[in-house]
Design a protein around this ligand. Structure first.
Ligand code: HEC
Length: 262
């Protein structure tokens, strides 16, 4: 009897060892993953060909400044004028004439105002360019004018001011067409359109990058699922091996028991 007990215990230990070793191997097969040598996601993006900021390009022309001017800012700049001018329709004459609807109007033509000959001699109409030149330095543009005002030297402030003044009309003068240089090619149209082109280029490039990234992700998923299939096959082989070993062990137990009985 003692020998039978010993054989049973020995067989149990053998099975236990086989199972432990088998599970460990199985785990190793199932959970081991090689770390990649290289980053899988290297996404190359072409630089968009159109550039908005170019240090070598000349600063914006006055027409271009006008196209991006802020009329609300111009109303603030106009506080420098209100000591001598009213801007509302039918506003009173002060030291200078009322300025309602002045953009695009005839020079020195507000009814009843007594202009200097310097201003009358200018003739023509207040185009955007002439108004800008006059307001930059009134006494240089029209020597002898009664408008004793130093002028507004900042181009952007002057553009904002004139953009606001043009709105003071029943029929505002259209803004000048602007020509912008973008990526070496001359593009005609308004500035907004040009910026849209550049942003289209950028969004195309972003789309390409997204496509490339999603292709790479698909490849990685395929590779991972192949590896998982391989691991499952190996695991099931290992499980078969453990099963065989268990059968062998139980045969051994039977043999041992038989041997004892004999
Ligand atoms: C110190 C007073 C004074 C200030 C400040 C002043 N102006 Fe004048 N402005 C005049 C006078 C006076 C005239 C008439 C000039 C003349 O007859 O020679 C005039 C004429 C003008 C004209 C021509 C009007 C026409 O009918 O052709 C414009 C445009 C104008 N001013 C715009 C402005 C703007 C815009 C500002 C503010 C940025 C401004 N002025 C500030 C006194 C002033």
């Amino acid at each position: 009897m003692e020998s039978l007990e010993f054989n049973k215990i020995a067989a149990s230990v053998l099975v236990a060892v086989l199972i432990v070793v088998g599970v460990d191997k199985l785990g190793g097969i199932l959970y081991h993953a090689d770390s990649p040598d290289e980053m899988s996601y290297i996404v190359e993006i072409d630089e968009p060909s159109g550039t908005v900021v170019d240090d070598t390009a000349p600063v914006m022309s006055f027409d271009q400044l006008l196209a991006v001017a802020l009329p609300e800012g111009g109303e603030t700049v106009a506080r420098k004028c209100t000591a001598c001018h009213t801007f509302e329709m039918g506003g009173a004459e002060k030291q200078g004439p009322n300025l309602w609807n002045i953009v695009g109007a005839d020079v020195a033509a507000v009814p009843g105002y007594d202009y200097s000959s310097a201003l009358v001699d200018l003739g023509g109409v207040w185009s955007y360019d002439r108004l800008s030149d006059f307001l930059a330095a009134p006494r240089s543009y029209a020597p002898g004018t009664k408008m004793t005002f130093a002028g507004i030297s900042d181009d952007a402030d002057r553009a904002d001011l004139i953009a606001w003044m043009r709105t003071l009309s029943d029929d505002p003068l259209p803004l000048p067409e602007v020509v912008m240089e973008v990526g070496g090619a001359e593009t005609e149209g308004d500035v907004t359109g040009t910026l849209e082109d550049v942003s289209d280029d950028a969004s195309d490039a972003a789309g390409d990058a997204m496509d490339a990234a999603s292709d790479a992700a698909d490849d990685a998923m395929d590779a991972a699922s192949d590896a998982a299939d391989d691991a499952m096959d190996a695991a099931s082989d290992a499980a078969d091996a453990v099963g065989d070993a268990a059968d062998d062990a139980s045969d051994a137990i039977e043999d041992a028991t038989d041997g004892d009985n004999n």
